[in-house]
Design a protein around this ligand. Structure first.
Ligand code: NAD
Length: 670
């Protein structure tokens, strides 16, 4: 076989022209830049590693300008011109189906209609990037074109290290993002590493290439709101949120799902958003029905809909703090309250201070980061006090996994802590996983299973929707009925943005049954190939003490071994794509999370991989939850044992707390 190499000078044999930026496309704010002169030199020489030497003098100064202006070197010149889109898989070059499928996924993550800041390669979550710069994008794409079925591409924080010999049963790509040595595992160090071009913030499915637009989060948000209503507002399992008001903030990448999810659950959503362009996007999509810049009008419309039992999504164009303070002054009752600003990057533009327009926020962040920080802290405190007042009046508030409570704690406010002094025991308000998703979904293994129809055809999506629906036993548990109704109405809810994709929460066997069915359909040529995957935000995908693992109470919530084991196990079992990241939705040093992608080509080889990898992927998470003594997880493992002769999971004995009290008491008395 011919030895294939990729040489930088061949890949960039002609220097691409500088191109204008398309007007109206959102641009990332300037990123934190605090580099010494020697660091700046490092940043430039690191970026120039991707550039043929003959252009170094021209590009060194261009990159210097980008670094100073934007805080990062993106290499804009190397971005392909025009609108990048996840096209039908057959339109890509490649020697393997996997290599072509990954290109569909990567391009979908950078689509103008999907990505938050497409020019800066940010897919969602303020800072979640596919890779660090456009030179890496070009190189990765080339590797995906030439990869063979016995090779694996290694991508480290966006940098494609190279193609290595593996086997047909191995992953075709293994991706890591932002994994740092413990001593340096914090935002300040990460920002330096990112500015010098050696660290990428992959969020979850941005750097993991499995983002499917805001639909990916609508299902989880729908389930969270519905179950919050059942658990906190006394709704029966067959009731929805009709006549209930949900208030929150953020209409961005994931937060943009809130209005739609609440509407699907039958309630009234009122969502504050400071950036008019994001409201515009959601309006155009039909995910927001009405917009007001007066809190009075926004609340009057919400109460009118509540009274009539209408399900609508209203945007308030302004700061969430102003909206909440208005509600308090006017004694307006809010049933469910949350926040989905990007507090995982609270001082990097993720949270907008009150009293500033979105434009003013961007300018202040660029020109005076210290004053920006101070204003963020002041607003966070007003926000906290408003929540205190509202919860005293009967509102149920939950943290939406965006590090909001942690951000308040990080201002120095310790009254937010469960133990009154530090965050080791969590905070006084629950995280949505702690109270809702953990016990109701993750402990059973239900999680954000998803697929993309690589043909790009609606017909394939319709057939897969129907096949998935047929696989669900809707009468087994109320969760199954919720999922059944979700998929039944998925098409009419018009959830697709970007590639023809679908999300459907399922447990271990639910996911496996659907995956095998899809592979059979591909084999029978009823549909084209499928890319299966999941969000990292899952039962076993993420270790994150303030979020996914916040309902793990045996003290192991500070460990990051589950997500690592799941990723290693998926690698050894041969998932097509495996990713492991630092940070995710909560910020560097606060989470380790991983995901996978599996290309279904209809082969028997795929069936074999699915049968071991998919069950392992889910049941590792459920087993860890069972070992932490979570009752539904123990119940799920016991059921699993009955159906699996090849698996034995260790179950815990239960220690009687009164015995422990007695022993401690006795010892103290000695
Ligand atoms: P994003 O940055 O795209 O959107 C956040 C939005 O909040 C932006 O549009 C911003 O303009 C707006 N905003 C900021 N400050 C505001 C303020 N004070 N008042 C009103 N609006 C304000 O991010 P995203 O992808 O939507 O994610 C949001 C956060 O939620 C992230 O921290 C993410 O990690 C977290 N998250 C969400 C889920 C979920 O289930 N939905 C899961 C995990 C994490």
């Amino acid at each position: 076989m011919m030895h294939q190499t990729i040489r930088i000078e061949d890949l960039f044999s002609t220097l691409p022209d500088q191109k204008p930026f398309t007007q109206g496309i959102r641009r990332a704010p300037k990123r934190a830049l605090n580099l010494s002169e020697s660091d700046i030199k490092l940043a430039l020489s690191n970026a120039l590693r991707y550039i043929p030497e003959k252009w170094h003098s021209l590009l060194a100064s261009e990159f210097m300008d980008e670094l100073m202006e934007r805080g990062r070197i993106y290499g804009y010149r190397f971005r392909p011109q025009g609108h990048i889109k996840g096209k039908p898989v057959d339109e890509y070059q490649g020697l393997t189906l996997e290599g072509k499928a990954f290109q569909v996924m990567m391009d979908n993550n950078l689509d103008f209609d999907v990505a938050l800041y497409p020019y800066e390669l940010v897919t969602y979550g303020e800072t979640g990037q596919v890779c660090q710069n456009w030179m890496q994008y070009a190189l990765i794409k080339k590797y995906f074109e030439i990869i063979r079925s016995n090779q694996t591409l290694i991508i480290m924080s966006g940098h494609p290290l190279g193609l290595f010999l593996s086997s047909k049963q191995s992953p075709r790509v293994i991706i890591t993002n932002g994994l740092m040595i413990g001593q340096f595992d914090h935002a300040e160090s990460f920002n330096r590493a990112s500015a010098i071009g050696v660290a990428n913030y992959g969020q979850m499915t941005a750097g993991g290439l499995m983002y499917i637009g805001p639909q990916g989060i609508v299902h989880g948000t729908y389930s969270t709101l519905l179950n919050a209503g059942r658990m906190k507002l006394g709704l029966r399992h067959d009731e929805n949120l009709k006549g209930k008001l949900f208030v929150s903030s953020g209409l961005g990448g994931m937060s943009g799902a809130q209005g739609k999810a609440c509407q699907i659950a039958g309630g009234v959503a009122l969502i504050a958003e400071v950036d008019p362009s994001r409201i515009e996007t959601r309006l155009k999509q039909g995910w927001i029905d009405q917009v007001y810049s007066s809190p009075h009008q926004a609340f009057m419309t919400a109460f009118d809909a509540k009274q009539k039992g209408l399900a609508i999504a209203i945007a308030y164009q302004g700061n969430i703090v102003d909206l909440l303070e208005y509600a308090i002054s006017n004694h307006h009752h809010i049933d469910l309250l949350s926040d989905q600003t990007s507090c995982h990057a609270v001082y990097d533009g993720g949270y907008c201070p009150a009293g500033l327009t979105f434009e003013e926020r961007t300018q202040l962040l660029k020109n005076n980061p210290k004053s920006f920080r101070q204003k963020v802290n002041e607003t966070l405190m007003r926000h906290y006090h408003a929540i205190q007042k509202l919860t005293q009046q009967g509102t149920y508030f939950f943290d939406y996994g965006n590090s909001f409570l942690k951000a308040i704690y990080d201002t120095g406010e310790t009254s937010i802590c469960q133990n009154g002094h530090d965050d080791i025991d969590g905070f006084i308000y629950p995280s949505y996983v702690e109270d809702i998703m953990g016990p109701v979904l993750f402990d059973y293994g239900y999680g954000p299973f998803r697929w993309v129809c690589l043909s790009g055809k609606d017909h394939d999506l319709d057939l897969t929707d129907q096949a998935a629906m047929d696989m669900i036993d809707q009468h087994r548990r109320f969760q199954d009925m919720d999922n059944y109704l979700w998929i039944k109405h998925a098409k009419s809810n018009q959830l697709v943005v970007g590639t023809k994709a679908r999300i459907l929460y399922q447990d271990a066997y639910g996911r496996l049954k659907i995956a095998l069915k899809f592979n059979e359909m591909v084999r029978n040529k009823e549909i084209g190939p499928i890319m299966l995957g999941r969000d990292h935000h899952d039962t076993g995908g993420t270790d994150s003490p303030f979020r996914e693992t916040s309902n793990i109470k045996d003290g192991s919530n500070i460990m990051a071994e589950m997500a690592t084991q799941v990723a290693l196990g998926n690698t050894s079992r041969g998932m097509s794509l495996v990713a492991l990241h630092n940070g995710g939705g909560v910020g560097i040093g606060k989470s380790i999370n991983g995901g996978y992608g599996m290309v279904l080509d209809g082969s028997r080889k795929c069936d074999t991989i699915l049968k071991s990898a998919m069950l392992h992927d889910v049941m590792t998470g459920v087993s860890r939850r069972a070992w932490a003594q979570n009752p539904h997880a123990i119940e799920t493992v016991k059921l699993y044992h009955q159906s699996q002769s090849h698996t034995t999971i260790t179950l815990p004995e239960h220690a009687d707390p009164s015995l422990l009290d007695q022993v401690i008491h006795h010892y103290k008395g000695k």
